[in-house]
Design a protein around this ligand. Structure first.
Ligand code: MTE
Ligand code: MO
Length: 312
């Protein structure tokens, strides 16, 4: 198996939960003060900050990239409102530093990573991926990050770990959209362990060579390019290894419409609309949607023998 033992993260960079919670509370207090002192300065906190040492990655789609402006102003991030322009407008209230990510559940090495340690876990790569939202639009985005498997192998999943759950921050003070009940918060997503281990599955920390803007899921979010966009949980605080498929936020909200797998599939329609075509943001004519969003050569074997109408 692929599981190797412990982390090459120095112990000093792994903060015990009591201390990071305390520190987070303290920094939030500071954040509120700072925001009061410099109104508006918090918006887009990370945007424009270049990430150092990013190398070209293995998967670079040769298509025109969606302009930065569109990638960062046409978003789905219901924690900041349901309108496409809401996240860019409202996500300035999200405090992305300090930030911690807890690795829990069926693992030999449960731990809490500080975001700064996490950024040094593996070399950062740029990968240009085609992204397809279940609503019927698509983009081509140059992400920066590293394969999720880098974290998984350090976590050393036990034999019971068959699925991975991803949990977004739950804090209505920072995420005003959570005061409304459009979804049952926190936002939860999940993958089967082999999907999570797939070399295409990315933990993104940036785009266009820069730190991830808050509206795109700072400080880190999932990117699984052969699945519909909603699988890509943003602003993750917890990664939990479990035996059973996690109940995702969208399955909880509308189980008939959103399945666990949610692989891009032009032959399986959403109950309320066709998935055969898509509109690339910035274009007028619709394109045909590709099976597995065009990543079939790499991922089709994960689903061999499965009825993809049943496991939608
Ligand atoms: N926490 C959280 N993650 C989320 C969402 C959300 O509402 N909350 N929306 C999803 C949907 S529907 C899409 S299409 C993508 C959009 O990512 P982008 O805005 O970076 O393009 O984020 C996904 N991740
Ligand atoms: Mo989406």
């Amino acid at each position: 198996m692929l599981i190797r033992s412990p982390a090459d993260i120095p112990l000093s960079e792994i903060t015990p939960p009591e201390i990071y919670r305390e520190r987070r509370r303290f920094m939030q207090g500071m954040g509120a003060l700072a925001a009061g002192a410099a109104l508006g300065a918090a918006a887009d906190a990370g945007a424009g900050v270049k990430l150092a040492g990013v190398r070209p990655g293995a998967y670079r789609l040769d298509e025109d990239k969606t302009p930065y402006k569109d990638v960062t102003t046409y978003n789905n991030f219901y924690e900041f409102g349901t309108g496409k322009g809401d996240p860019a407008k409202n996500a300035g209230s999200l405090i992305t530093h300090p930030w911690t990510v807890a690795i829990e559940g069926e693992v030999g090495n449960p731990m809490v990573y500080d975001i700064d340690a996490l950024l040094k876990l593996a070399p950062l790569e740029e990968r240009v991926y085609r992204m397809r939202c279940v609503e019927g639009w698509s983009m081509v985005i140059p992400w920066v990050g590293f394969p999720l498997r880098e974290i998984i192998r350090r976590a050393a999943p036990t034999g019971n770990a068959r699925y991975v759950e991803f949990v977004t921050l739950n804090d209505p003070r920072q995420m005003p959209g959570q005061r409304s009940r459009v979804l049952d918060w926190p936002y939860v997503e999940g993958l089967r362990l082999d999907e999570a281990m797939h070399p295409l599955t990315l933990l993104a920390v940036g785009l266009y060579g820069e730190v991830l803007p808050n509206q795109n899921g700072a400080p880190l979010r999932l990117v699984v390019p052969w699945k519909y966009g909603f699988k890509n949980a943003k602003s993750i605080v917890k990664i939990r290894f479990v035996e059973k498929p996690p109940l995702t936020a969208w399955m909880r909200a509308a189980p008939r419409e959103y399945g666990f797998y949610s692989n891009v599939n032009p032959q399986v329609d959403h109950p309320r609309w066709s998935q055969a075509k898509e509109r690339r943001i910035g274009e007028f004519r619709k394109r045909d949607t590709l099976m597995f969003n065009g990543y079939g050569d790499q991922v089709a074997s994960l689903y061999r023998g499965m009825d993809l109408k049943k496991f939608f």
